[in-house]
Design a protein around this ligand. Structure first.
Ligand SMILES: Cc1cc2nc3c(=O)[nH]c(=O)nc-3n(C[C@H](O)[C@H](O)[C@H](O)COP(=O)(O)OP(=O)(O)OC[C@H]3O[C@@H](n4cnc5c(N)ncnc54)[C@H](O)[C@@H]3O)c2cc1C
Length: 183
């Protein structure tokens, strides 16, 4: 049983994975590096100057792995709620379980629809912490804001969702701050 399964490996899913794994939750991301980021030249990602989407994705994946998340090159075919958890079926038929699901599917919200997440038009409706209408299921990035598709927004959404899950687990508000060593 994983703490969190993340479906989608664009900036939204990877950002959620970074915060979750850094703070000790077992986290696996499923995605095949097919994000539209590979078509982008980022000049609007604060702090990064100019970087291709491909280079951004490479750095992001390395950072997420370094914090202990797992990234699996698999497509997720289906998801169902199973008691208090979720059963995720991977391409090929094997299954994994998780207590929380983070959906970062991008423009094709197949799994969100399968789970019965409430939509308004093309928008997966969430609260301010990314929680959808299905308890334990979060939606981030382009899936939740198709009209506001920017890498930095997806990454911010991922961070918000992760902090909400971490806060629920801890029973109090969690923040993730580091400081440089004192001289
Ligand atoms: C030509 C172009 C140029 C762009 N330029 C910029 C720019 O300059 N600046 C900027 O900020 N943004 C730019 N963008 C937008 C940016 O790429 C998106 O905002 C960003 O990729 C959204 O991130 P996301 O994590 O929400 O979703 P996505 O990046 O769409 O990631 C979703 C991922 O989930 C995977 N996935 C979906 N379903 C499954 C499943 N069932 N199993 C496994 N994996 C699954 C997909 O394959 C994909 O990898 C550009 C986009 C395009 C197309």
């Amino acid at each position: 049983m994983n703490d969190v399964v993340i479906i989608g490996d664009g900036p939204g899913g990877l950002s959620a994975a970074l915060f979750l794994a850094k703070n000790g939750l077992s986290t696996v991301v499923y995605g095949q590096d097919k994000t539209v980021m590979h078509y982008a030249l980022l000049r609007n990602y604060l702090g990064l100057g100019e970087i291709t989407g491909t280079d951004f994705q490479k750095l992001a994946r390395e950072q997420v792995l370094a914090f202990g998340a797992d990234i699996q090159d698999r497509h997720v075919d289906g998801v169902v709620r199973d008691g208090g958890a979720f059963r995720v079926t991977l391409n090929g038929g094997d299954t994994v379980e998780a207590r929380y699901l983070v959906l970062s599917e991008g423009k094709a919200p197949k799994l969100a629809q399968q789970l019965g997440v409430r939509f308004e038009g093309a928008v997966a409706v969430t609260d301010k912490n990314g929680q959808t209408s299905v308890p334990g299921v979060y939606a981030v990035g382009r899936l939740a804001r198709p009209g506001r598709s920017q890498a930095i927004i997806s990454a911010g959404d991922g961070a918000v969702v992760a902090l909400d899950i971490l806060s629920k687990e801890k029973g109090q508000e969690v923040i993730d701050w580091d400081s440089p060593p004192k001289k």
